[in-house]
Ligand binder design. Sequence first.
Ligand SMILES: Cc1cc2nc3c(=O)[nH]c(=O)nc-3n(C[C@H](O)[C@H](O)[C@H](O)COP(=O)(O)OP(=O)(O)OC[C@H]3O[C@@H](n4cnc5c(N)ncnc54)[C@H](O)[C@@H]3O)c2cc1C
Length: 412
Amino acid sequence: MQNRNKRIAIIGAGISGLVAAKVLEENGFSAVIYEKTDRAGGRLKTDIVEGFQMDQGFQVLLDAYPMAKKHLDFSKLKLQKFIPGAVIYNKSNKYTLGDPIRNISLLRSTLTSNIGNLSDKFKIVRLSIALRRKSIDQIFEETETTTKAFLETYGFSEGMINLFFKPFFAGIFLEPFLETSSRMFQFVFKMFGEGSATLPIGGIAAIPEQLLASLSATKIQYNVSVKDLSENKLTLDNGTEIEFDYAIIATEPRFKNSYTNQLNWKRCDTLYFTSSNRDISKPLIGLIADEDALINNIFYHTSLGMDVKTEEELLSVTVVKQHNLSNAELVEKVQQDLNTYCGINNLHFLKHYAISKALPDKKNIKNKTTTQEITMNKNTFLAGDYLLNGSLNAAMASGEHAALALISTMKI
Ligand SMILES: Cc1cc2nc3c(=O)[nH]c(=O)nc-3n(C[C@H](O)[C@H](O)[C@H](O)COP(=O)(O)OP(=O)(O)OC[C@H]3O[C@@H](n4cnc5c(N)ncnc54)[C@H](O)[C@@H]3O)c2cc1C
């Protein structure tokens, strides 16, 4: 019982920190969270700009994520589902490719599209069935190669890889060469096959807001940056020292721990525009398959239900290729690309998010860590997607693991 009064500090109110706090509360403990910014959510933030609801970077919640099923209440989030498939822009043509098993209206367009050959379409079905039979743990135990090598070995044609897999997964992995681990590819493909890509009606930040609302005993201090951390004391940027008995570091690796200086990041740009009409009427993602294009994918957010209603359409455009353009040059180039590759014109530019630390860039990605790997010292534990892989599922799993490791240490 004495342990219930132990002072627990969590540094960082991203998804991993919030899930850690939730799991602590579920087990009768409570923490104080110290968060550098003015709100919770970390990389999950939504802004309202000029009356439009915009996520800070285009991202989706896959509702098949086991950790999301466990820690989130989907019905309260009013998840809006994307149609499984994509509209592909290539050489001034537009094709719709879908999962005809789940959306029969896409059968004809999928079979008659110029994307891949018939054998590719059978291979997609074969891969989906194979991944359904494989557990997530099995996927993460497999020998790692690049996604590109995996697809080539699987026998997909060059056309299928270049016109579908490359733009689709470049947008997810935030790198255009498909160098990301084949484990991540299989995991994400499995999750897409077993559920839907979704967005909460209130935007992506509704996820941390829901986790935050589930906490009743946890306290949060915003606008406090933790500068240093020793065995029982953390020091804030303003020099204040705070003592703790146990801590969870749920930030990117920034204190002296085994991961310091070992992490690279993938960056991206997301730009928002308004327009009077939609080039894609249904909630399907648009992929730009032309190699020369700077833009990777587009999505009309107004094709999904949103809390904030607008008369104009809201379009996001994501760039994953590296560039040296100034902000103004980028806005101009993106509009040029939209015109050249998609025939989309007459846009009003709203906002540009340049996200320098979007996803951890890691090899040897995992689905689980050992307690030893997340133990910084006897009373301090690590959480964060970077410990496993760049996904919301991983962020939640890491937060849960850190909280459980802390609790079992207290019980010793
Ligand atoms: C553009 C983009 C697209 C993405 N797409 C997807 C997607 O489609 N699907 C998916 O599953 N995932 C996606 N992700 C990844 C997902 O958002 C992350 O995996 C997840 O949000 C990471 O949560 P975290 O808690 O590990 O880290 P973070 O969200 O980075 O949280 C860390 C927190 O610590 C705080 N902090 C840092 N330093 C300090 C300090 N010194 N003192 C106090 N506080 C500090 C930060 O302010 C932050 O709130 C995407 C991410 C981005 C940016």
